[in-house]
Design a protein around this ligand. Structure first.
Ligand code: FAD
Ligand code: NAD
Length: 913
């Protein structure tokens, strides 16, 4: 780390870095300046943000102090007019990350960010402006671009008013964004409108992999970045030209280590800004500069700087080596890629011609599949939304304004006999409907749900108090279930010729003669000749599907789709709290072609309607998701009945733990913990309940988790800024309160409510704009619970699932396997998180854990259909896993048909062979 640190970090403190910079300047042949960057991860807590602010401030004060000592660089007012960038260009400056200055620098918190972040950055700008030095806002993730532009413009307005002479303010622009050129034009337009001169750094972009992953995870229609490297290179040149052409208001700073790009820029600049033809008119001095990262590109710039007209600024990280990791990983990713110039330069097999190939001359290779095509032609990925894009969230907000949750009539107990009769009568026809037809109906229902996303999301927000992000994810999950089970049913319900060889090839061919390839005795007989064996799955009959309120669309739809596509008829009972959204799913399935008697909706209390459905003698199977207690109740009710033994699929709760060892990255842990424990107000079966953190890092991790939890906004789920909506009802609220009382008495309270997010209720936060102001979804603040954190003494103290935003923490030391044993001993087995940088340990601990879903170095919620089949063991459920390849079998009966193909007279195949 020290070696790497010395390579990539200019100094551990700014004075040390400034000394190094001076040494480099003295030894350089050309003009060298620096832009200092204070190392560190983005702020997770208010305290982090405060610390970064102080560090930027003191760095700026040091630079300003030096500028003051040097005195003004311009000799006269005319000088300043002729060369307005002189000071800012020739002095060292600073680069800042907005994510370091606010713990919630994200679009959903726009109002708060503008309120709180702008004054902080303005404070920094004032120091830089007075000293006439360059202050650049680094470019970060694409979903923060629009927010960063709002912050940028708010600052421009003040600069125009208070420091119009300052030309050192600027931001980095990423050429890999598909909207890069428009962005350059927009920024130039802003500068002209506000009459401010800027310094803009053009980069290709450092988060390419993360942007691609995000777009895939969210199922976005397009990638926000180019997916061919040479397209980014072309975009870079187009943006470079646009920046050079805007030199009346922009001093371009070209950050690259690519020699081809550097050469192209030099040629371009010579053409666009030839002496005497400066668009800005009359300016002297260099009209642009190059930039490189400290520790990189030294060789190429040594050559380039031999030209006395060329300037270069070095982006120079400053900080302790322990803060280097995140920065280093970015650089390694960026330069380790095959497509990277630096990587190719170091590769002897890449010749000069290939290295310097013009991006314009390369033929396009295959691009990445679009997020919708991730799963290949067989299954379309569900379409998602990017809520940070105004145009994409607008339909949701419109739908919300119009949404009224309908009252759904309960099913009378007296109506049940008729319902049963209809379900039985409908069974044969539905069972005999070809599986391809049933699958097509599911796919068509999936399309219908997808096309109605906005309205369904609004209903989820109003009826189930989902936040917008959760609502979109839930509609997508329902769509995925429908498409996935459609494909699975077609795969599984095709008759299977037996035996199946170890390599997966089936034995008896459909021709009944043992298969042309190996039924033949001389090729090694795997079955008896003269016999045809076929296995097929068939429907069982009438299934009862009982679902919970916490995924009232996705789980409801998943259960029903699985039962239907396998040819069963269904009686579907949603949770009492959320019948309206479930009713919508039924309506869509009926409209897509499921006969009304094959799927009947039975809404009512679990104790009466639910119990009666389970108790009915003709039930062929029950699929249940909900609490362990009710699952046991249903199990007993089924066992008490006479008649056939009825299969029960039960997916229940869990005491889900996360084990954090001392190698884990605290920021990554804090993100994972906060999302896992508090998203959806902790009302996910997969939610984190028990954090087991190694004592060596426990204090810092707990502090960061508590600090990040304090920044969460609790309130009206209809507001985009809300992180935690209310818990589902008064009963849930009271039950959690009882647990809290117990914990307050017995455990160490690490996040008392008065210090946590309830103070930041979203109703007190202004909406982003008048158009986005929403009518409250919940008229009362009732049932709102702030995130809570308690330290308990031992894992064994945690005995119950608390279905809300309550996390218990335990410190551990010694053998991590012993911790896993204690977690196993709790008896539940749904989800487990492991946070460690030791791969072997993660593997060993995962293998030792008795849980259904293990997540390593990430959050533990949000299982994706087909990728992360979901379900637990022990007290957490029977399996099989929903959204997995073994789920549908459980809904089916199996039938083997054996045909003696010699019965008609003899074994022709054997004789012929
Ligand atoms: P090249 O090898 O020519 O380009 C590599 C780049 O191409 C990758 O980084 C990526 O952007 C792009 N790329 C790679 N593969 C693909 C693909 N398949 N499809 C499309 N594009 C692809 N980055 C930021 O995001 N924000 C900043 O504020 C920032 N500041 C910087 C400051 C300086 C001084 C420098 C030198 C770089 C900065 N960077 C910043 C990093 C920069 O974005 C580039 O990642 C880095 O400079 C590599 O680009 P290159 O031209 O040197 O190398
Ligand atoms: P719950 O058990 O109270 O209710 C679930 C469903 O069962 C509801 O539809 C309810 O009406 C019905 N029900 C209640 N009593 C019944 C009875 N006697 N006979 C038949 N049906 C009856 O659970 P909930 O409060 O709706 O949901 C929260 C629980 O669900 C949590 O424990 C959570 O962990 C669990 N859950 C598990 C998963 C999973 O996949 N493992 C997913 C979501 C929720």
């Amino acid at each position: 780390m020290q070696l790497l640190g010395r390579q990539f970090v200019l100094g551990q403190t700014l004075p040390e870095a400034m000394k190094q910079a001076q040494r480099a300047r003295d030894g350089a042949s050309g003009a060298l300046t620096f832009s200092y960057d204070m190392l560190g991860e983005g702020a997770r807590t208010a305290a982090d943000a405060e610390r970064y602010l102080r560090s930027y401030e003191s760095a700026l004060h040091l630079l300003a102090e030096r500028a003051r000592r040097e005195g003004p660089l311009e000799r006269s007012a005319e000088d300043a007019q002729d060369d307005p960038y002189r000071s800012e260009r020739e002095r060292d400056g600073i680069s800042i990350k907005l994510s370091a200055l606010h713990p919630r620098y994200e679009d959903a918190q726009r109002a708060r960010v503008l309120d709180e972040l702008v004054p902080r950055v303005w404070g920094l700008c004032q120091i830089a402006a007075r000293a006439r030095i360059n202050l650049t806002i680094d470019a970060e993730e694409v979903d923060r671009l629009e927010l960063s532009l709002d912050v940028f413009e708010a600052l421009l307005v003040r600069i125009a008013r208070e420091h119009p002479e300052w030309t050192g303010f600027g931001l980095a622009l990423q050429a890999y964004q598909t909207r890069a050129l428009e962005l350059v034009q927009h920024v130039a337009e802003l500068a002209r409108r506000h009459r401010v001169r800027l310094m803009c750094r053009l980069v290709k972009g450092a988060y390419w992999d993360a942007e691609v992953k995000r777009a895939q995870e969210l199922g976005l229609p397009h990638y926000p970045v180019y997916t061919h490297k040479h397209h980014t290179d072309v975009s870079y040149l187009a943006c470079a030209r646009a920046l050079l052409e805007a030199s009346d208001v922009i001093y371009p700073q070209f950050a690259t280590h690519n020699a081809g790009t550097i050469a192209a820029i030099q040629q371009l600049a010579a053409r666009v800004i030839s002496p005497g033809k400066r668009p800005g008119g009359g300016m002297v001095g260099a009209t642009y500069e190059f930039q490189r990262l400290h520790g990189m590109g030294e060789g190429v710039y040594r050559e380039v700087l031999k030209n006395p007209l060329v300037r270069c600024r070095v982006y120079a990280p400053v900080g302790a080596h322990r803060d280097l990791l995140a920065y280093l990983v970015r650089r390694l990713l960026e330069n380790g890629a095959n497509s990277s110039f630096v990587h190719q330069l170091a590769d002897d097999r890449v010749g000069l011609a290939e290295l310097l190939n013009s991006p314009l001359s390369l033929s396009p290779q295959t691009a990445l599949p679009l997020p919708s095509d991730l799963y290949g032609p067989a299954r379309r990925n569900s379409r998602g939304l990017d809520l940070t894009v105004q145009a994409q969230r607008a339909p949701l907000l419109d739908a919300h304004a119009q949404c009224v949750v309908p009252t759904i009539a309960e099913t009378e107990l007296s109506a049940l006999p008729k319902i049963f009769t209809r379900a039985v009568a409908a069974a044969p026809a539905w069972r005999d409907t070809p599986v391809a037809e049933r699958a097509a109906i599911l796919r068509s229902a999936a399309d219908a749900l997808e096309n109605d996303t906005a309205r369904l999301c609004a209903l989820l927000v109003k009826e189930a108090f989902k936040t917008w992000g959760d609502a979109v994810a839930e509609v997508r999950e329902a769509v995925d279930f429908l498409r996935y089970y459609a494909g699975e049913a077609e795969r599984l319900m095709a008759p299977l010729a037996l035996p199946v060889r170890p390599d997966g090839v089936h034995g008896s061919g459909a021709d009944g003669h043992g298969g042309a390839r190996f039924g033949d005795a001389r090729q090694g007989l795997l079955g008896v000749t003269g016999e045809r064996n076929t296995l097929r799955l068939t429907a069982r009959g009438v299934w009862v599907c009982i679902s919970p309120w916490n995924f009232p669309l996705a789980i409801f739809t998943g259960q029903v789709a699985a039962a239907l596509v396998t040819g069963n008829t269904v009686l579907a009972k949603p949770a009492e709290q959320t019948p309206a959204i479930a009713r919508e799913a039924v309506r869509v399935l009926h409209a897509a072609g499921v006969p009304t008697d094959a799927l009947q909706f039975c809404h009512g209390p679990g104790e009466t309607v639910g119990a009666a459905l389970v108790a009915w003698p003709g039930v062929a199977g029950v699929v249940f998701t909900g609490s362990t207690a009710v699952a046991k109740h249903i199990q007993r009710a089924l066992a008490a009945k006479d008649g056939p033994i009825v299969p029960l699929i039960a997916e229940t709760g869990g005491i889900n733990a996360m084990l954090v060892d001392s190698t884990a990255l605290p920021e990554q842990v804090a993100d994972a913990v906060v999302q896992s424990a508090f998203r959806s107000a902790g009302q996910r079966c997969s939610a984190l309940r028990l954090l087991c953190v190694h004592e060596a890092i426990a204090d810092s991790v707990i502090e960061m988790v508590a600090g990040a939890a304090r920044e969460l906004v609790v309130g009206d789920p209809g507001q985009l800024s809300t992180d935690l909506g209310p818990v589902i009802d008064c009963e849930a609220f009271d039950s959690i309160q009882r647990h809290l009382k117990r914990l307050e008495a017995q455990a160490r309270d690490l996040l008392p409510p008065e210090t946590s997010g309830l103070a930041k209720t979203s109703t007190s936060v202004p909406a982003p704009s008048a158009a986005e102001e929403l009518t409250p979804s919940v008229s009362r603040p009732a049932n709102l619970l702030a995130p809570r954190l308690f330290e308990v003494k031992s894992i064994a103290d945690v005995t119950q699932e608390i279905f809300g935003p309550v996390l218990q923490v335990v410190r551990w030391s010694g053998d991590p396997e012993a911790v896993i044993d204690q977690i196993n001993a709790l008896g539940y087995g749904l989800t487990l998180g492991l946070q460690t940088r030791i791969d072997g340990r993660a593997e060993a601990l995962a293998a030792r854990a008795h849980v259904g879903n293990v997540y390593v170095n990430r959050n533990i919620i949000g299982a994706v259909v087909g990728l992360q089949p979901f379900g637990g063991e022990g007290w957490s459920g029977t399996g099989p896993k929903a959204g997995g390849p073994f789920y549908l079998q459980r809904f089916c009966a199996e039938q083997t048909v054996t045909v003696n193909t010699t019965a008609a007279g003899g074994n022709v195949a054997l004789l012929a062979g």
